[in-house]
Unconditional design. Structure first.
Length: 134
């Protein structure tokens, strides 16, 4: 459950389609991206991975489609009570910073546990590359 009411508001807004740039601080990493709703994340996940699945007697694409269908049947946050727990955060155009001074890992989509968030701020981090002439 999100105890930070402002962060909960951002997650609820994302679930209703308002995509907001946000940076999240978690133990050992910083993740920066655009907050999106669960359905958008699931659809992107399906499109991205279903096309690359190979079959060895099992239709993995069908299994993935079924899994996504089941997730979508859980319902939207509109159908949940106001005090319902938001357990996962979904981002697009994410950058994951693991160590200071290293390039971030860029990921089209990222999903993480809300309980691990120790801090946050509005806006995305921007990586600047400095060229040294010499």
């Amino acid at each position: 459950m999100i105890h930070d009411k402002m962060l909960r508001g951002i997650m609820l807004a994302a679930e209703k389609g308002l995509n907001v740039g946000i940076t999240l601080y978690l133990p050992g990493m910083i993740v920066s991206g655009i907050a999106i709703d669960r359905k958008q994340w699931l659809e992107a996940y399906t499109q991205r991975f279903a096309s690359g699945l190979q079959s060895d007697g099992v239709d993995e694409a069908a299994v993935l489609d079924w899994t996504v269908e089941q997730q979508l049947k859980i319902g939207t946050l509109d159908e949940l009570p106001d005090d319902a727990a938001i357990k996962l955060v979904h981002l697009k155009d994410a950058r994951v910073y693991l160590n200071a001074g290293h390039e971030p890992i860029e990921s089209p989509y990222w999903r993480g546990n809300v309980a691990s968030i120790t801090g946050w701020h509005f806006s995305q981090l921007v990586t600047m590359r400095v060229q040294v002439e010499g």
